[in-house]
Design a binder for this molecule. Structure first.
Ligand SMILES: *Cc1c(COP(=O)(O)O)cnc(C)c1O
Length: 418
């Protein structure tokens, strides 16, 4: 069956025809590609067309689609049982590997998604500090839990307002929202409500509204203010964790948070999330402490196997190679007239604008040009994330043959952007 036929049916089953909104292609227009099968950096859609994938399931697939070693590990694990609802040795193996890679994680808990990791970390921070208020940054995404679908309220920075229907105002008001790169408002917010804050949460490499690279001093000052006011600093490393360095953004920036949240790569393509960090804070989590958090499928043995098979390959040399390779792709992107491609590790943000550090600085024209580029590159067999506010994800599967295909595609469309 074709993409069109499948999507027509999908619309009768699912809101917008999809299981997660950005997949609906509403931003770029057209019919979403139905993935039929994938391997390495390539996938085939239900029309039988092949595409070079630069979205890679939004981050988990740092080794590529259907990596043989991950498949073998999953295969072995699944024959020993799909879920136990009880402890199993694979959780320990993955935990050991995580502690090797991220030294500040003293204790951790596995969950099943990034959203769940963030939601649980915030509850732990609230339980630990006995405070209710949290601070987040406009332009960062932390999953879809109530307290985080919040923007700055009008007037006072103190009380947030919901960005989604269905989020109670009373919950949104417990979240304070500050713009990225706005040191002055950050200082003022801590001066006003610092001692009421349980936690401050940030994507240290904000990569969910484009790639909004922050000045290091902004993040360093946030660390200082959290320490001064007894606020739990949470780095949401669901994207940056295990992607930009073995120890994620915390390692690369040289800033240690109190808790970290992880997802995407950590499950190697299976649903895994994790929160962890200081053992005194994690000590409040049940059954050691009074903060309840649980999961039927948490620490799922098959998912643990996929995660471990992935993490075993993520050595310092792996990241050095990926960095060098990713730089070539950014250069290739920039041969398109007017296009800039900020990059951090293997995260790339193709945008027809330069020097953006806040999502509200992105111009409408930059996004409409991206939408044209998305369509043009699809026509050349290259699949970008279907929104100009999303970053492209590269990985070990994006080698020289893929780069050659990409360069050819870019050369074919470049003249339309001159
Ligand atoms: C993807 C993402 C999440 C949410 O993770 P899900 O697994 O989609 O629930 C949270 N935080 C960040 C930084 C993310 O990129």
């Amino acid at each position: 069956m074709s993409n069109e036929t499948l999507f027509a049916e999908a619309l009768t089953h699912f809101p917008g025809g999809v299981s997660s909104p950005v997949r609906a292609f509403r931003a770029v227009g057209g019919t979403p590609k139905f993935f039929k099968k994938a391997s390495g950096a390539w996938f085939e859609d239900e029309d039988g067309q092949r595409f070079l994938d630069l979205c890679m399931s939004w981050g988990p697939l740092i080794l590529g689609h259907a990596h043989p070693d991950i498949l073998a590990a999953v295969n072995e694990a699944m024959h020993e049982g799909l879920t136990f609802g009880a402890p199993s040795r694979r959780e320990l193996a993955l935990a050991r590997r995580i502690k090797e890679m991220v030294p500040f994680i003293e204790k951790m808990r596995f969950v099943s998604s990034g959203t769940e990791a963030v939601m649980s970390a915030l509850r732990a921070a609230r339980g630990f500090t006995g405070r209710d208020r949290i601070l987040k940054f406009d332009g960062c995404y932390h999953g879809h839990s109530d307290g985080l679908l919040v923007k700055a309220g009008s007037g006072l920075v103190t009380f947030g307002a919901p960005t989604s229907a269905g989020v109670p105002r009373a919950i949104a008001e417990l979240t304070s929202v500050v713009s990225l790169d706005d040191l002055e408002t950050l200082e003022r917010t801590f001066a006003e409500v610092g001692n009421e804050l349980a936690a401050a949460i940030i994507e240290p490499i904000p990569a969910n509204n484009g790639l909004l690279l922050q000045r290091p001093e902004f993040l360093r000052r946030l660390r200082e203010l959290c320490t001064k006011h007894g606020v739990v600093l949470i780095f949401d490393e669901v994207i940056s964790g295990f992607r930009v360095a073995p120890g994620g953004a915390a390692e690369r920036l040289g800033i240690t948070p109190d808790l970290g949240t992880y997802g995407k790569i950590i499950g190697g393509g299976m649903p895994v999330g994790l929160y962890g960090g200081r053992k005194d804070i994690m000590g409040v989590v049940a059954p050691d402490g009074p903060v309840y958090q649980a999961g039927t499928l948490s620490g799922n043995p098959v998912a643990m196997a996929a995660g471990l098979a992935t993490m075993e390959k993520l050595t310092p040399a792996f990241y050095a190679d990926l960095e060098a390779q990713a730089a070539k792709w950014a250069t290739a992107f920039e041969t398109i007239p007017g296009l800039h491609c900020p990059r951090y590790g293997s995260l790339l943000w193709p945008l027809f604008q330069d020097g953006v550090r806040r999502s509200d600085a992105v111009k409408g024209g930059a996004i409409s040009s991206f939408n044209r580029l998305h369509k043009a590159l699809l026509g050349q067999g290259v699949y970008l994330p279907p929104s100009g506010y999303e970053v492209a994800f590269l990985g070990a599967a994006h080698g020289e043959p893929e780069l050659a295909h990409f360069k050819q595609a870019v050369a074919a469309v470049a003249k339309d952007f001159a």
